[in-house]
Design a protein around this ligand. Sequence first.
Ligand SMILES: N[C@@H](CCC(=O)N[C@@H](CS)C(=O)NCC(=O)O)C(=O)O
Length: 273
Amino acid sequence: MSRTGPDALQFVTLDEAAAMKTGTRVTFIPGLPALYAEALKNICHVKGITLVRALHPMMGVDEATGKDRQARLYELTSQTSIPTMFHDEERPRNVWIEQLALAERIGAPASPKLIPDNFEHRAELFGLCAVVLAEDGLVWNMRIMSDSPLAQKYGYSAQASAAAPQKVANALKLIDGRLAAQEQRGSRYLVGDTVTAADVYWATMSMCVLVPPAEIMPLTRQNRGMLKYFGKNGQIPVIAEALTARIENHQRYILSTYCETPAVLGGDPLQDV
Ligand SMILES: N[C@@H](CCC(=O)N[C@@H](CS)C(=O)NCC(=O)O)C(=O)O
């Protein structure tokens, strides 16, 4: 077990998580709302799934041992991205679409259905989620807007980077248009008349261009740089132009109504904003 303070949230190690034979375990970085991990946590929250939080090893080489810090994670999952999800003795799930299917299956019987039965709605849901979460989607393009070790993993080049803000804006326009059409029908949700995975994923991932207030996303020593960076993304002119009050209202509504708020992050909370 690892703790960062006397009352801090507990995280088991990756090895402990992998060795457990029952329960749902998801990897996180304490204090940091890594977007896909944060979104999966919110999905599990809506589904009434109790999570054991495990430590996700950071990229890079351990100074003491000279070894790749993610070697064990790679051994267990054949990849290194955050989050990985273990459930009972099933194979680990590393990709959002599989994690969502698992959460839907193991969620509490009375919890909202996040993947609609209606196939037209389902097609809309997975289309919207892919525009936000899949390769060349909104988050992917947000990551390559500037160069970094993470951006390099996602195909950073000067050309791809220059095209990224417009792609982010195009995704925002799609979401806004969708919300407007739904509003006309009298629905506050992206698909149909009830909350779905599209709302939960979008509301969480949209933080990368629209930072919610501290009542929703508290500040930590670990996340302040990231939140500042997210805030600056939202000020890039083409993105700022596409960020509507409708998008903001939907984000706040979904996060504060359905998700874990204020977000519980572990790490070192900061009082000052
Ligand atoms: N594997 C996830 C995506 C999660 C993801 O892209 N995580 C990034 C951080 S935002 C990451 O950990 N990348 C480093 C790596 O792949 O090693 C999925 O496709 O659902």
